[in-house]
Ligand binder design. Structure first.
Ligand SMILES: Cc1cc2nc3c(=O)[nH]c(=O)nc-3n(C[C@H](O)[C@H](O)[C@H](O)COP(=O)(O)OP(=O)(O)OC[C@H]3O[C@@H](n4cnc5c(N)ncnc54)[C@H](O)[C@@H]3O)c2cc1C
Length: 499
């Protein structure tokens, strides 16, 4: 029977980060992944030789002193994960389709504030107050400093105000409210349900800068693989834990895998969906309150995604950009599963290298809700019914039409290479209901994070602290600190950052 210090379950960015941090601190780690490959949502796939990204298109946190840049530096992979910044405000465009208003948002929080004051001169007081509150949240969030990570963070006033409440107290201007809540699309929670503090924690990184990564999520996966080879890391794919056994004094002694193998480990850390964790934990050791809490978490929305390429476009004139098409200004409406109108659409443009070719790639994604495809939930890849195929075709054609209207110059050369529904995401990424961000992180909710009721079991991942790649990595840094020990971890991080 094999013995490890730590077993990490799930090999998305959370599991990769945690595994490397633990291994760099001298621990023997087993990384378990249910899919045939490591990487989770970071995975890149290829159609007709064109590289396409599954669940990672852009990120904040890369500007100087940014949390992502720091985390990559600590992990020793900053040379391999290179940002390609969105170059200017035109590359970060918001289009309100209802009235045709177009807003180009520059980068840098003060620049955003100034640009909005220009767009909405009568609303300067509201805009200044909003950004002052965003800065306050940022400065009060100790976990944005890797030297001050902690599992227990004191809440601040803004944790108890919803984004909707804050915006309504500042302005009645619908487009301004829409722009100031647009990052809800990168959170999966509508303004009336998300706390202003958590919203600001995600938005602040995106206000400062937005970058794509050269070679997408594949750059991360490659970099982690290279680092793992230098430490004591075993990786098992097509594997998951079915049972935790040999429990004594609330400590799990053995972990039974689905192939029947049994592993021993001092700790096991889950970076998968909280309700998937619940299925693995020994029920007799859990309180009803715990089970009820975890069972009540709702999933975030997912995205219906279209992956396309523009033939005959000039890659040099195909710099990275994101256009957010918003059919109405109210994000509560656009993120309501009952909303039957036209969906929001994010259109990401980028030039991607593969071998000696550079491809002009357009990925478009619209929020989608599981309730809309529930009727086909029992089907699996390659065995979907005709009605589902028709749904996918209809959606794809509609998105291609919107992309064509946005970029008439590309209409001729644009072709859709692939499309993915929530069922596709669910079945390839093992994400319940094909959610994009794990559970909806609502105001006042007590997420599953850190220690579980069994003392040597822990949880990290996108549902724990904040969603997205940055939030997922941060959760792993915080849990790693708990496992490694505060002083040793601080010494390690300080040592890495001061190099
Ligand atoms: C379409 C889409 C677009 C997105 N765009 C962006 C973006 O542009 N920027 C951004 O920052 N974020 C984006 N996100 C969100 C981002 O991808 C996630 O927040 C983040 O990658 C989550 O990382 P994770 O490691 O927590 O989870 P995941 O990447 O989901 O990894 C979990 C892993 O666990 C494995 N697993 C599941 N169950 C088990 C089990 N029982 N045993 C073993 N392994 C298991 C899965 O196979 C998977 O590999 C997007 C998501 C989607 C779906």
């Amino acid at each position: 029977m094999k013995r490890y210090n730590d077993i990490v379950v799930g090999s998305g960015i959370s599991g990769l980060t945690l595994t490397l941090l633990l291994a760099m601190n001298g621990r023997k780690v087993l990384l378990l992944e249910k899919a045939p490959h490591i990487g989770g949502s970071l995975i890149r796939f290829y159609k007709e030789g064109v590289p396409l990204d599954t669940g990672f298109h852009f990120t904040g946190g890369f500007s100087s002193g940014g949390i992502l840049a720091d985390m990559l530096y600590v992990l020793g992979i900053s040379d391999s994960v290179q940002p390609i910044f969105l170059p200017n405000s035109e590359a970060n465009r918001f289009v309100f389709e209802q009235d045709g208003a177009v807003y180009d948002m520059p980068f840098g929080i003060d620049n955003c504030c100034a640009a909005l004051c220009k767009y909405f001169p009568d609303e300067s007081a509201a805009i200044n107050e909003y950004f002052a509150r965003v800065k306050k949240v940022y400065q009060s969030t100790v976990t944005f400093d890797l030297r001050k990570l902690s599992l227990s963070v004191e809440p601040i006033e803004e944790d108890y105000i919803s984004l909707e409440q804050l915006l309504s107290s500042l302005t009645a201007n619908a487009n301004l409210k829409g722009l100031l809540s647009a990052c809800c699309l990168c959170f999966g929670v509508p303004p009336k349900e998300v706390s202003f503090a958590n919203y600001a924690r995600v938005a602040v990184g995106l206000y400062e800068s937005v970058a794509r990564i050269k070679n997408g999520g594949e750059a991360f996966i490659r970099a982690f693989r290279e680092r793992f080879a230098q430490f004591d890391v075993d990786i098992l794919c097509n594997a998951s834990i079915t049972e935790c056994t040999d429990v004594s004094n609330d400590i799990v002694g053995e972990f039974v895998l689905d192939n029947g193998d049994v592993m021993r480990a001092d700790n096991c850390i889950f970076t998968i969906h909280p309700q998937e964790v619940l299925k693995i934990l020994p029920r007799e050791h859990l309180s009803k309150a715990f089970v009820d809490r975890v069972s009540s978490f709702e999933n975030s929305n997912g995205f219906f995604s279209c992956f396309g390429v523009v033939k005959n476009a000039d890659p040099l004139a195909f710099g990275p950009s994101i256009v957010s098409l918003l059919p109405c200004a109210d994000l509560n409406t656009l993120l309501d599963p009952r909303y039957a109108g036209r969906a929001a659409l994010g259109v990401m443009r980028s030039a991607e290298e593969a071998g000696d070719k550079t491809h002009c790639v357009i990925t478009a994604f619209e929020p989608e809700f599981f309730s809309n495809i529930q009727q086909w939930a029992d089907s699996s890849v390659g065995m979907r019914p005709a009605a589902y195929t028709e749904y996918k075709k209809r959606k794809t054609e509609e998105i291609a039409r919107r992309v064509g209207n946005l970029y008439p110059q590309y209409r001729e050369g644009f072709s859709v290479l692939d499309a993915a529904s929530l069922l596709t995401f669910r079945d390839y990424l093992f994400s319940p209901e094909g959610n994009a961000y794990g559970i909806k992180q609502k105001m006042g909710q007590f997420n599953l994070f850190g220690k579980l009721p069994l003392v040597n079991l822990y949880v990290a991942g996108q549902s724990a602290v904040l969603p997205g790649v940055v939030g997922s990595m941060l959760s792993s840094f915080i849990v790693a600190r708990s496992l490694i020990g505060k002083d040793k971890c601080n010494y390690f991080i300080e040592g890495r950052l001061s190099r």
